[in-house]
Design a protein around this ligand. Structure first.
Ligand code: BG6
Length: 484
């Protein structure tokens, strides 16, 4: 008999401010880098990565335009305006945790102000208070793909060491203000994506004179330092605070048992885990230093940097899990799957989603065991979910059995991993409510258990409807997983 989920398991849902809040210019909010990403006119999944970056010209056009049309993340799914309605729905769902992010630009509109924006601080205080009254623990990401645009255009994003100070002032402000209201903090969303999507994750704009990779590693170094500072402050402000790093875990399987394929899979796994090596263990691993040497990458470090990283490591490791990837010494002979950040060699053993992402519940168990065995710190699954189209039936219902099946099979794998001995704090599925996709800016790539009546062009009432999966998850949470 498999053991179940532990008492106090944090069942929840997850989303991010830039993808759901909208109200991009309300109550003193400044423009973020997400607010200037234009809506894709045509979806070309092969070049989907192009949708996650913008040029200086596109930014200038976007800044001059005051409105939401053509900029889906400015509208989100109206969560800022409808926060009370959404909080009530989450309370009804019975979640124990809401993973969400604070929009940096609501607190420091341009990132550089000496004093925070009180209207922004007050909004989140009301929301956190309401959540707590409903028995919901906020799990808050300090920065989730929405740094102030000013820091991008005027300071050059995270490549500039000065940005650390601005982040730390922001982090300290919210850590102090929400003391006692928020106890679980994540310093950066999917920090590894700085190497994959440097605009979205680190505010880096392309420069034909300067290759992106060394700049991305420099930006990453600054983000690690900022994360360590935030961890230090969080512990000083309240010893009850628990701080996590957040990794987009990309578990690679070898394409064959050819030792060269196995070695390549191991190399790619180690490269993905460089981030948690720094943030959990407190030091850069040898494989990264070797990579820098062999690629002529020189990281500007100051005295004390490595000590800071070593001293202020995180308390837990959170990660997103959507799929596994496949590695081969010579990938050129294999077919690929589509799908933005996670494009990979096609695994013939696995089906894919409408967006080309491998469906692999077993891979979640593999991933949990790998991470636990390597780090021996509590883990937290803070993103896992199915991006799919949903149909509204004539009676108004949404019968998303595909999503229920996805969650059921992933959570069965989670239960097995817990039985294997993994220490897991919780599971927050990606999107409790439909939101704008990070990579494709579509609403119709739906992740929610709650449907939002909106299309990709921003048409619709934005009214909320519970999907079939809402009732399924509610029952599951109420039984602490026993109904699985
Ligand atoms: C993660 C991000 O990479 O994946 C989320 O942290 C994102 O912000 C999620 O929404 C799903 O990806 P997408 O591109 O389908 O929205």
């Amino acid at each position: 008999m498999t053991a179940g989920f532990p008492d106090g398991f944090l069942w929840g849902v997850a989303h991010a401010a830039n993808q759901c809040e909208g109200s991009y210019d309300v109550d003193g909010k400044g423009l973020s880098q997400a607010d200037v990403i234009p809506s894709p006119q045509a979806m070309d999944y092969v070049n989907i990565g192009d949708l996650m970056k913008v040029s200086r010209e596109q930014i200038a056009t976007a800044v001059a335009y005051h409105g939401t049309e053509g900029y889906p993340k400015r509208r989100g799914t109206d969560a800022y305006a409808r926060w009370e309605e959404d909080a009530a729905l989450f309370a009804e769902l019975g979640i124990k945790a809401l993973r969400m992010s604070i929009a940096w630009t609501r607190i420091f509109p341009n990132g550089v102000e000496a004093e925070p924006n009180e209207a922004g601080l007050a909004h989140y205080e009301r929301l956190f208070t309401r959540l707590r009254e409903s028995g919901i623990e906020p799990v808050v990401t300090i920065s989730h793909y929405e740094m102030p645009l000013h820091l991008v255009t005027e300071l050059g994003g995270w490549e500039n060491r000065e940005v650390i100070g601005h982040y730390v002032r922001y982090a300290e402000t919210i850590l102090r203000r929400y003391r006692g209201l928020v106890r679980h903090w994540l310093t950066f969303n999917e920090i590894n994506t700085t190497l994959i999507e440097p605009y979205t994750s680190a505010g880096l704009l392309e420069d034909p004179e300067r290759p992106m990779e060394p700049r991305s590693y420099q930006a990453l170094h600054h983000q690690y330092l900022a994360s360590s500072h935030a961890t230090r402050i969080a512990h000083e402000v309240d010893p009850a605070n628990r701080v996590g790093c957040m990794l987009a875990r990309m578990t690679h399987y070898p394409a064959t048992s050819d030792p060269d394929d196995v070695l390549e899979a191991q190399r790619l796994n180690e490269m993905n885990l460089q981030h948690t090596d720094v943030q959990v263990r407190g030091a850069y691993p040898g494989i990264v230093r070797r990579y820098w040497r062999e690629h002529g990458i020189e990281i500007a470090m100051e005295p004390g940097d490595e000590e800071l990283l070593a001293e202020h490591t995180v308390d837990f490791l959170s990660f997103s899990y959507y799929m596994t990837l496949v590695a081969a010494a010579d990938p050129s002979t294999y077919g690929q799957t589509g799908g933005n950040l996670f494009s990979t060699i096609k695994n013939p053993n696995l089906p894919v989603t409408e967006w080309g992402w491998h469906l692999d519940p077993v891979g979640l168990r593999v991933t949990l065991n790998d991470l636990w065995n390597r780090y021996q710190v509590p883990l937290f699954i803070v993103e896992n979910g199915l991006g799919a189209t949903d149909q509204v039936l004539p009676d108004g219902s949404i019968q998303d059995d595909h999503r229920i099946d996805y969650m059921q099979r992933h959570l069965e794998a989670v239960r097995e991993a817990i039985a294997d001995g993994v220490d897991l704090l919780g599971y927050t599925c990606w999107g409790g409510i439909d939101i704008v996709s990070a990579s494709t800016s579509q609403v119709t790539k739906r992740y929610g258990l709650i449907y939002v009546d909106a299309d990709d062009a921003g048409h619709g009432t934005y009214d909320r409807t519970r999907k079939k999966s809402f009732g399924w998850y509610k029952e599951l949470i109420a039984s602490n997983g026993a109904s699985l």
